[in-house]
Design a protein around this ligand. Structure first.
Ligand code: AMP
Ligand code: MG
Length: 490
């Protein structure tokens, strides 16, 4: 296991034409303190997470210094924000320091909050502690749930003041991902009328991420097809776990189908199909139940950007495959959550009706599914039933569930129930990153106590395990914690 200077760095992005990036040095934070590090992200890089606390490492992860093996760049991209094209985007506050090669994989090291760049517009190039902790916990929680996401290596707090609605602590987050290339990169090349640049970028992405396609006759189309499939699969995972992203602008869409850019995101508490987690999303464009449609719309923008390279009919055909890929993944996961074994399309109507019941009854999404494997136990049945706003709707649903299990061919004895419970507990987490839990940890961190952030991270690393010593983290949220409004300012 190595320290940061000992890792194997490269920066292949520098071989790309200049319009795609600017070389920029980070601007350091003063008096940096390590808030938290992720041993599992560090492991991807071959890094010993304990070395991050050392003074020379702390300098590097707080932008006070750079290694001579790093070549920091800010990337240029554009994108559609809330449906409107914005040509002015780019890394306004984050730098791709370098890529790390380790065990056949290559990882971007991206320092977020590293100061202004040519793409900062009016922004200060900084990130605050609150949003850096949210991104750290959010991305590490999704990773532990098995959902594709960018990762986080560490968060650093500091004495540098950053002004949002009020003065806050400046912070930096080291984001780690296989790629920081967004749909917006392709929009920049294409809508900026630079077809040669577009082709160069596509070839770069294919070389880095789809080397098996290099010689393929329709390599650009294949690349698009993979992007459609990965994105559809990601949406199925978000919808089934109850994750609302909040800002699905095309510049926040990863070309690898990873969860990317953690702003006002939220995990659902009470199930509400039209839940809007972004305080600034007045029209509900990015409401929870609109996410798959928005992803498809974003993919249509990407298709448009790729028109100089790919035949329109072929792009449309691939895009039209989105719904089927999404539905296949989504209903397969939902089947598992209900403990059902028949092919995914058999129980689709039951699954849809169950969601209506959850909303009518205002049931907590995570608690409901975690308890579902024991719903035949009188104590659990009564507990869930008493939480319901509409008891008749619950009773009708319960009847349907019993029928569905029988139709699914499931035996109703002790052993069958036990093995079903085992299966269900592997897909229905006991612990999720509820907004109020993040909020409590952030409040303590803002007072200089990082221990709650660390404990919460530890709990979320094993979301499917019982962890009885942490069971309070699985409780229903208090009333004040349910509808926290998360501002976009970060
Ligand atoms: P986001 O809403 O985080 O996806 O950011 C949208 C755009 O605004 C991106 O180009 C960011 O780099 C830029 N941006 C966000 N916050 C800042 C900031 N504090 N300073 C400079 N640029 C920013
Ligand atoms: Mg963004």
């Amino acid at each position: 296991m190595n320290t940061l200077p000992e890792l194997n760095y490269v920066q292949p992005f520098l071989a790309l034409p200049k319009p795609l990036y600017s070389q920029v040095m980070p601007q350091g934070l003063s008096n940096p303190r390590l808030v938290i590090g992720s041993a599992s992200t560090a492991g991807l890089l071959g890094l010993d997470v304990n070395t991050l606390e050392q003074a020379d490492s702390l300098q590097l992860i707080s932008g006070q210094g750079v290694l001579n093996t790093w070549q920091p760049i800010a990337m240029k991209y554009t994108g559609h924000q809330f449906g409107q094209y914005n040509p002015q985007l780019g890394d306004g506050r984050g730098l791709l320091l370098a890529q790390v090669q380790h065990r056949g994989s290559v990882w971007d090291m991206h320092l977020k909050g590293a100061g202004s760049t040519p793409y900062s517009r009016q922004g200060d190039g900084r990130a605050v502690l609150r949003s850096s902790i949210r991104e750290f916990l959010g991305s590490e929680a999704l990773a532990a749930l098995g959902i594709p996401t960018t990762r986080a290596l560490c968060v650093v707090d500091s004495d540098t003041p950053v002004y949002r609605e009020q003065a806050e602590s400046g912070a930096m987050l080291m984001r780690v991902s296989a790629s920081h290339i967004r749909f917006g990169h392709f929009e920049f090349c294409s809508f900026g009328k630079q077809p040669q640049l577009l082709q160069t970028l596509c070839d770069f992405v294919i070389e880095q991420h789809y080397p098996q396609l290099i010689e393929h006759e329709h390599k650009y189309l294949e690349f698009y097809k993979h992007t459609v499939h990965k994105t559809a699969s990601l949406m199925a995972q978000w919808q089934s776990i109850g994750f609302a992203h909040g800002v699905m602008n095309t510049d926040n869409m990863s070309i690898l189908g990873e969860t990317f850019d953690f702003g006002p995101f939220a995990f659902l508490d009470d199930y509400e199909a039209g839940f809007i987690c972004n305080h600034s999303d007045y029209q509900g464009r990015y409401a929870f139940n609109r996410q798959p449609n928005i992803a498809r719309w974003n993919l249509s923008v990407l298709a448009q950007a790729l028109l100089p390279l790919i035949d329109k009919e072929q792009l449309v055909e691939q895009l039209e495959g989105f719904d089927e890929v999404f539905a296949a993944h989504y209903f397969a996961i939902m089947n598992n959550k209900f403990g059902l074994l028949a092919p995914h399309d058999v129980h689709q109507p039951f699954i849809e009706q169950s969601l209506v019941m959850l909303e009518t009854c205002k049931l907590d999404y995570c608690v409901f599914f975690r308890q579902l494997s024991d719903i035949h136990e009188p104590q659990v049945h009564t507990y869930i039933r008493n939480l319901c706003l509409d008891i008749r709707a619950f009773d009708d649903w319960y009847e349907q569930y019993q029928q569905t299990l029988r139709r699914d061919g499931q035996a109703d004895h002790e052993q069958a129930r036990a093995s079903r419970k085992q299966r269900m507990n592997l897909v229905n987490p006991k612990y999720i990153l509820r907004n109020y839990l993040a909020q409590n940890a952030i409040a303590a961190a803002q007072q200089g106590d990082y221990s709650l952030v660390q404990t919460l991270h530890k709990v979320l690393l094993n979301p499917f395990d019982e962890q009885p010593e942490f069971s309070e983290y699985a409780n229903l949220p208090p009333d004040w914690g349910k509808k926290l409004e998360i501002s976009c300012s970060s």
